[in-house]
Design a protein around this ligand. Structure first.
Ligand code: HAM
Length: 435
């Protein structure tokens, strides 16, 4: 007997269906267009990579690597993971393809699925989609250091400007940009701050929840991320990184803000914005949008100088972001901006053998001109055909019967108001183009 198990999409994964996919395509086409105007080129890395690539880049102690990756042993015993993000892959690609020898900086963007085994909820999935971009620049001999601060800051600001321009083009509502600087790893900067933070956290340890208590040891900065109501007042009293940045990091942060102002990009500062991935330094940012509930971060990013080197490449600077496309789409839909277009431009209702020949020819010409045409495979009574045209959301029904074939004048019915008119093929094409 046949096994009648009904298959269902795996928890945390979704099927994207028409007409929603029209909006997905529109969003992706807009990303390509806007990113192209900033000089970015598309890159398509594979969706699985050696596990070690992510562990080394994102950090073995992060939630993403420690708890959320889909990792499996391949048949040759090597450990492989589905990508939880793509920045690590882009850095690997940069090294593998010798991109340090390309004209600098190298500006790349990507679109595609990412995988994290998180607890699914609205706006949070196990297979989700990102639209991301990265700017990489290998430090040339004699360059780098403090004199690069104005340049780096301008690059940071332009990358942020690009995401904001993309969101504006889509009409995304309630967009709010938050920025921060998390300094760099040196003793007189983040390392020193983390020590102070840890000492301050030890003092209030009893008042913190178990997650934060654990993080005092594993990653004290992440305590600042806590959303737990009971911890908010305590966190507000902790030392702030902005007061402990070294001179260069403080200068860079001030310059990023100036550059954002120059570009008319509005932001708020959030000293608690530390991000959940280890590779960041200096500039970090997040963008939220309306209609998303608790999972309202629609974009996250920051600077990651040194990551390419950590992966075996030359000293290289990096800055980028990734947009959560699922969340972006949700927000657009909630704001009523997801309107799918009508299903068809033309439904060709035909009856009789001769009419079929004309109907096929008409459908071919209309489709070649770019219109969406439904051509029933067998003849139907006109009443039934018009009913189907209506259900499909067609704009026009083209009625082809003996009369129309004999006179060369088509009968065109506008489905919205039922108006009917006779016209030639070229007149009909003109009418469609005016839509
Ligand atoms: P991230 O903050 O981990 O950063 O992810 C970026 C965005 O992806 C989030 O703001 C969110 O919109 C979306 N996202 C993350 N996880 C999920 C999920 N489970 N379901 C739905 N959406 C999700 C990165 O991934 C970095 N690689 C960004 C970056 C690029 N930094 C520098 N360059």
């Amino acid at each position: 007997m046949a096994n009648k198990t009904k298959f269902q999409a795996i928890k945390g994964t979704r099927d994207l269906l028409p007409p929603d996919t029209e909006l997905w395509n529109r969003v992706e086409a807009t990303a390509r267009e806007v990113f192209g105007t900033f000089g970015f080129g598309e890159i398509r890395p594979p969706i699985f990579e050696p596990t070690e690539l992510f562990a080394r880049s994102i950090g073995a102690d992060t939630d993403v690597v420690g708890k959320e990756m889909y990792t499996f042993e391949d048949r040759d015993n090597s450990s492989i993971s589905l990508r939880p993000e793509a920045t690590a892959s882009v850095c690997r690609v940069y090294i593998e393809h010798g991109m340090h020898a390309w004209p600098q900086p190298v500006k790349l963007y990507y679109l595609g699925p990412m995988f994290r085994r998180e607890r699914p909820q609205k706006g949070r999935y196990r297979q989700f989609y990102q639209i991301g971009a990265e700017v990489l620049e290998t430090v040339q001999p004699g360059q780098g250091g403090p004199k690069d601060i104005p340049k780096d800051a301008a690059v940071d600001a332009e990358v942020i400007e690009m995401v904001m321009a993309f969101f504006a083009r889509l009409g995304l509502e309630g967009v709010q940009l938050e920025i921060n600087s998390i300094g760099h790893a040196a003793e007189n900067c983040r390392r020193g701050y983390v020590q102070k933070l840890k000492a301050a956290l030890e003092q209030v340890k009893d008042k913190l929840g178990p997650d934060s208590q654990r993080r005092i040891e594993t990653n004290p900065l992440r305590v600042l991320d806590s959303k737990l109501e009971s911890e908010q007042a305590i966190i507000a009293g902790l030392p702030k990184i902005s007061e402990h940045l070294c001179d260069d990091c403080a200068k860079q942060y001030a310059e990023v803000k100036r550059q954002l102002d120059l570009r008319g990009v509005k932001y708020t500062e959030n000293w608690r914005l530390v991000r959940g991935l280890d590779y960041y330094m200096r500039t970090t940012f997040e963008i939220t949008a309306r209609g998303l509930g608790s999972q309202n971060a629609v974009c996250g990013g920051g600077r990651y100088d040194g990551l390419v080197e950590l992966l075996g490449g030359l000293p290289t600077k990096g800055i980028g972001f990734a947009i959560g496309e699922d969340r972006l789409i949700l927000s657009l839909q909630e704001a009523g901006k997801g309107g799918a277009e009508a299903g068809r431009d033309v439904f060709v209702a035909w009856m009789g053998e001769k009419a079929q020949t004309s109907a096929i020819a008409a459908a071919q010409r209309l489709r070649a001109a770019g219109f969406r045409v439904e051509l029933p495979p067998v003849e139907q009574k006109f009443g039934k055909a018009l009913g189907q045209a209506d259900k499909l959301g067609a704009r026009y029904a083209l009625i082809l019967g003996e009369d129309e074939i004999a006179t060369g004048q088509w009968t065109v019915k506008t489905l919205a108001d039922g108006a009917q008119a006779k016209m030639s093929e070229s007149e009909f094409l003109e009418k469609l183009k005016r839509l």
